[in-house]
Design a protein around this ligand. Structure first.
Ligand code: BJW
Length: 234
């Protein structure tokens, strides 16, 4: 195992389950987002080409949801932010979530591999900018002046997740890999445990229930994230 400056290298992968107790719906639990919306319609480039207004409305609703007053970081987000301050730990936090609850809990370094709800992207240049209410309906791109609506800065099925080079680099050097609140159903994130384990990292699953990759983890703690995450890192 690679240990730099005697610090433990910890890679944390979070998924929708960590934000569930903050009031944000997961995808695949009963009553989750994919029970109410068709994945093909709202989370694929083809769906966006077919009906961009439907997709913009879907993400506008979710933007409004994360900005509701009672949607706040919970004890699990806070425990991870505190871990970043631990001088014995070199933390790499990668999230599949597009909400901003890790940042609001105080995490300074967060890699959003599936994008960010509060950013928009020019489909021509790839430039991203902070989403503003009037931006979503704007039909002239501000960076390249091409008449194209800015799209949500999210990664849909069939698109390349963000920051993969950095993520795999970190996984190959990790002393410990912890997956929190994810079904591990979606690739490539679902395969990260395999990458980390292949280099001898200790692998831990913290989730409400066993994920599809439970057998690949050395250790497990099942329960609500607000319970098991602070307990694990205390
Ligand atoms: C709690 C809790 C509480 C609840 N406390 N826990 C066939 C085989 C293999 C792969 C493929 C295949 N066909 C296609 C693919 C690839 C495809 C894929 O994986 N498809 C699967 C359906 C099989 N993947 C892609 O297309 C990706 N790109 C890609 O592969 O590029 C090519 C490539 C090649 C080689 C290397 C690298 C890349 C892109 C995937 C994009 C995913 N996008 C979404 C939408 C993002 C925007 C948005 O949010 O709208 O990302 S889909 C959705 O799923 C979202 C999530 O980030 C992602 C993962 O979901 P997550 O977070 O795990 O949530 P859930 O709901 O599934 O699970 C929640 C968990 O929490 C559960 O386990 C609960 O028990 C638990 N929980 N309450 C603790 N209180």
């Amino acid at each position: 195992m690679a240990i730099k400056n005697d610090k433990k290298r910890v890679v944390i992968l979070t998924g929708a389950g960590i934000s569930a107790e903050s009031g944000i719906e997961t995808f695949r639990d009963s009553n989750g987002l994919w029970e109410k919306h068709s994945v093909e319609d709202v989370a694929t480039p083809e769906g966006y080409l077919r009906d961009p207004d439907l997709v913009q409305r879907f993400y506008s609703l979710r933007r409004a949801q994360i900005q509701e007053q009672d949607v706040k970081p919970n004890a699990a987000h806070i425990a991870i932010a505190q871990l970043e301050q631990n001088p014995n730990v070199e933390l790499f936090l990668v999230t599949q979530n597009i909400d901003n609850l890790h940042e609001r809990a105080g995490s300074k370094q967060v890699l959003h591999m599936h994008g960010e709800l509060l950013r928009a992207r020019c489909p021509q240049s790839g430039q991203t900018l902070v989403w503003k209410q009037d931006l979503a309906n704007q039909h002239l791109c501000t960076c390249c002046q091409i008449p194209n609506p800015l799209r949500p800065h999210v990664v849909w099925f069939g698109e390349m997740p963000l920051g993969l080079d950095r993520i795999y680099h970190q996984l190959l050097q990790a002393d410990m890999f912890v997956a929190i609140g994810t079904s591990c159903h979606v690739y490539p994130a679902g395969g990260f445990v395999h990458e980390a384990a292949s280099q001898g990292a200790r692998t831990v699953e913290l989730n409400l229930e066993p994920s599809e990759h439970q057998h690949e983890f050395n250790e497990h703690a099942y329960g609500a994230a607000t319970q098991v995450v602070p307990e694990f890192f205390e």
